[in-house]
Design a protein around this ligand. Structure first.
Ligand code: MCN
Ligand code: CUM
Length: 785
């Protein structure tokens, strides 16, 4: 008999083509805006043109008079149903439709439902709102000034613009370590506000059926079950009569985790009208109002010993939260997982403080391959590591090698309480240095300098916490962060798998089938994967924080193993031996003493429906809920070589080398796709992207002429390498990977440019490193923020 070849059937490690692409690249996807329901009406949102103003009056009479307009909804009307405000996932409140004030440009003020989207838009334009403008606050410094106008005067007891304060670590111990230091490196920087910019904007179609009382909502959500729970809790609708469906999603990147006012308004309008109501956000609306990323200010220090060891770290971070604290993040820590900073380095003690500020900008902060502020944490980490090496006059690679956690230190407890459980950090670093030809480059760089050329190399190494999370520590609205899978094997051995995650382009339909294939020997092509419908999918917390493989992927393994255990009973029955005498090899059970006597998993499936032993329940289906014992800790080393033109400040990327260790790779091609995408984002953030605001709070960057997305033309090529350290607690040894390159990448680009400027005394240029900023730094020899 021939053994089943795992790669041949699309199992673990197969670079199987993405099955979802068959419909995506043919334009046959089924996105929210593709869905048309009979009698469907269309909703448009009227947004505030100003950043901070008191609403004196709203006159909707002209809008009501337009033929085809069915409903004009204002905050006052929403308030009558107790829905003018909604709770956020960070335990703040957010206006659904403004009643008292508008607090950022683009805030939702009213909406109009009409027979078609154009009439709805005309309706919005006919609404007359009288604003009394107030001074706008566009950064934490202004927000926290003693005489700053109060943004959140709606909140009882709120007397300033402080949104939260947070602290972790050992202050006294850290202070003592700093007192002993030979040298202290200090760095201040800003990680600018950026936008995830998925191709598809947000949208929803709410369909409240007055006859059955059932509410069905098709929407662009990365976490449909959370939305169902939120709707049940906020709108007080019975949960079994709410069905949330996330169909195909055209990119999420964290933009589609929060609950947006547009969703809520479409639901309310559908309930009021008893008709399906569709809302499709436009690009400008998406760019100015929906969940942005970052906008964080760091000021921190490293305590150093002469020989290069780091003795302690401390930093303070101020975040610009916008007008509402609506971070969709599942930790009890106000600032997410920022204290995972420096986890890859063996540093005995540290202390972190953080403060959030309300400003007149759109809310958000946690989006864009961030793992909840880990992106900012790792950026600051790798920037100050580079600065410290320079201060010590030490080679930055050697400085890292001296301080990285050694393989024999795992499991390693960080000073902030995380447990990193596995990795080969030095090996990844050395592989990267070797691949880029580090020693040779250092010589080339010196020679080039003599000829007036400025070359630079940047390194970034980091481990990050992916896969929220274990039920002891992580929850959203009190619901724990486990995830789930349900597998049904049909009589002929074909199967359907459903999970509580929701792909937005990551390729779950491909990779989950590969896990089933690995566990059961069923060809991946025989397994269809479905996600995103709360009526059919098992309860799960959705896809973000690269949690799908660590949590839902693990559940896929576990449910497959339950199926295998039942199939073993069926095999014993078919082979007429006792279960103990049955052995498993991929796809087949056989008799231990007679290996040629065996039955395939498909034969077992048929027996589950047609020939089960007495006393065994028919069928071959099961589900699994997986509560991960720990986060997964992938490691990455990114190296970038640039050349800076001293005359113009323009910099070109000459090489990018990436070494990623995300444990066992389910589908190497998909993993490389994730890393390529993340590095592209890292490149974009380092040199072209930022959402800026003028003094009045106008968002500069509400279109793609001001906010730039990199195309294949300017994006450099990436040389990808791998190291595999299996995750010790994941059933197949996989770690998350979706965010690694976007998290660790930006510092490598910035470090490279600053390395090229190392003789100028410039220590920092804030992202994006636009040519004019680089040129200013070169000509003045001063930092540019
Ligand atoms: N994978 C694998 N082997 C591993 C790890 C992952 O083959 N060891 C595969 C997975 O099975 C999955 C993909 O790589 O198909 C990403 O897996 P994972 O790291 O678990 O991340 P998630 O699926 O949870 O995706 C979330 C992550 C986040 S948080 C953002 S933001 C982001 C990202 O993924 N948004 C994306 N990548 C994106 N890619 C696309 N195309 N679109 C987005 O919106
Ligand atoms: Cu924080 S972006 Mo992803 O976690 O969806």
């Amino acid at each position: 008999m021939t053994r089943v070849d795992e790669i041949g059937i699309g199992g673990l490690g197969a670079s199987r083509r993405r099955v979802e692409d068959a419909r995506f690249i043919r334009g046959c996807g089924n996105y929210t805006d593709d869905i048309k329901l009979p009698g469907m009406l269309h909703m448009e949102v009227l947004r505030s043109p100003v950043a901070h103003a008191r609403i004196k009056s709203i006159d909707t009479s002209a809008a009501w008079a337009i033929p085809g307009v069915r409903l004009v909804l204002t905050g006052e009307m929403a308030a009558q149903r107790n829905l003018a405000w909604m709770p956020t996932l960070s335990y703040d409140t957010q206006a659904v439709l403004a009643t008292d004030k508008v607090r950022f440009q683009g805030q939702e003020v009213a909406c109009v439902v009409a027979d078609d989207p154009y009439t709805a838009k005309d309706g919005c334009e006919a609404i007359v709102v009288e604003y009394e403008q107030l001074p706008a606050i566009v950064n934490p410094t202004q927000a926290l000034a003693p005489d700053a106008p109060l943004i959140r005067d709606d909140k009882e007891g709120q007397t300033d613009n402080v949104c939260y304060r947070w602290e972790v670590g050992d202050k006294a111990g850290t202070d003592r370590a700093f007192a002993r230091a030979d040298k202290v490196t200090r760095l201040k920087l800003h990680y600018p506000r950026s936008h995830p910019s998925p191709i598809e904007c947000c949208g929803s179609i709410a369909n409240y059926d007055p006859a059955t009382g059932k509410l069905t909502v098709y929407m662009t959500s990365q976490a449909p079950h959370i939305i169902r729970a939120a709707v049940a809790l906020v709108a007080e609708l019975p949960e079994h009569l709410i069905r949330i469906v996330s169909p195909d999603i055209g990119g999420g990147f964290g933009n589609k985790v929060p609950v947006y006012p547009g969703y809520v308004c479409s639901i309310l309008c559908s309930i009021l009208l008893g008709k399906p109501v569709k809302w499709t956000e436009d690009k400008s609306g998406n760019l100015i109002s929906t969940g942005f990323a970052r906008d964080m200010y760091f000021d921190g220090e490293l305590a150093l010993r002469e020989d290069g060891r780091i003795l302690a770290l401390r930093f303070h971070a101020d975040t610009d939260q916008g007008a509402f604290f609506s971070d969709a993040q599942p930790s009890k820590f106000k600032i997410g997982l920022v204290h995972s900073a420096f986890a890859c380095y063996d540093i005995p003690v540290g202390h972190i403080t953080a403060r959030g500020a309300y400003t007149n900008k759109a809310p958000g902060g946690v989006a864009y391959r961030c793992s909840f502020r880990v992106t900012e944490a790792m950026f600051f980490q790798e920037r100050i590591i580079a600065a410290a090496a320079a201060d010590l006059g030490m080679d930055p690679a050697e400085f890292r090698r001296v301080n990285l956690v050694r393989d024999d230190q795992f499991p390693y407890r960080t000073p902030f309480g995380f447990l990193t459980d596995s990795g080969q950090y030095r090996r990844c670093l050395d592989l990267g240095l070797d691949a880029i030809g580090y020693e040779d480059f250092l010589k080339d760089k010196e020679e080039a300098r003599l000829r007036g050329r400025r070359l630079g190399i940047g390194i970034s190494t980091m481990t990050e916490p992916l896969g929220a999370g274990n039920s002891r520590e992580y929850d959203i609205l009190g619901i724990k962060m486990f995830d789930s899978a349900e597998l049904r094997v049909h009589p002929t051995g074909k199967a359907i798998l459903r999970t509580g995650a929701k792909s937005q382009g990551q390729g779950h339909e491909t990779t989950w089938a590969q896990i089933v294939s690995h566990e059961l020997g069923i060809p991946a092509a025989d397994v269809v994967v479905e996600e995103g419908d709360t009526d059919t999918a098992p309860f799960g917390m959705g896809t973000y924080a690269s949690r799908s493989t660590p949590v839902a992927g693990a559940a896929v393994s576990m449910v497959s193993r339950k199926i295998r255990a039942k199939a073993r009973k069926l095999a014993a029955h078919l082979l007429e031996v006792s279960e103990e005498d049955v052995e498993w090899e991929l796809g087949r059970f056989f008799v231990r003493s007679a290996p040629n006597r065996g039955v395939t998993i498909q034969e077992c499936a048929m027996a589950a429906y047609g020939n089960m032993p007495d006393g065994l329940e028919p069928g071959l289906e099961n589900n699994a809920y997986y509560d991960p014992p720990n986060l997964t800790w992938p490691f990455a080393c990114y190296l970038v070589i640039v050349e800076v033109d001293p005359e113009t400040g323009v910099w070109d990327v000459l090489r990018v080398v990436a070494v990623d260790d995300c444990g066992v790779r389910i589908n190497p091609m998909i993993v490389e796709g994730q890393i390529t995408g993340g590095l592209t984002e890292a490149y974009a953030m380092s040199n072209m992207q930022f959402m800026t605001f003028d003094a009045e709070g106008n968002c500069v960057g509400s279109n793609y002429l001001d906010y730039l997305l990199p195309t294949a033309w300017e994006t450099p090529g990436f040389e990808l390498h791998e190291v595999v350290t299996p995750c010790p607690h994941h059933p197949i040894g996989a770690k998350g990977v979706g965010e690694c390159a976007a998290v660790g990448g930006p510092a490598a680009f910035v470090n490279a440019v600053l390395d090229a400027l190392s003789d100028t005394g410039v220590r920092n240029i804030d992202m994006p490193l636009l040519p004019d900023r680089v040129w200013e730094a070169i000509t003045t020899g001063r930092d540019v923020s």
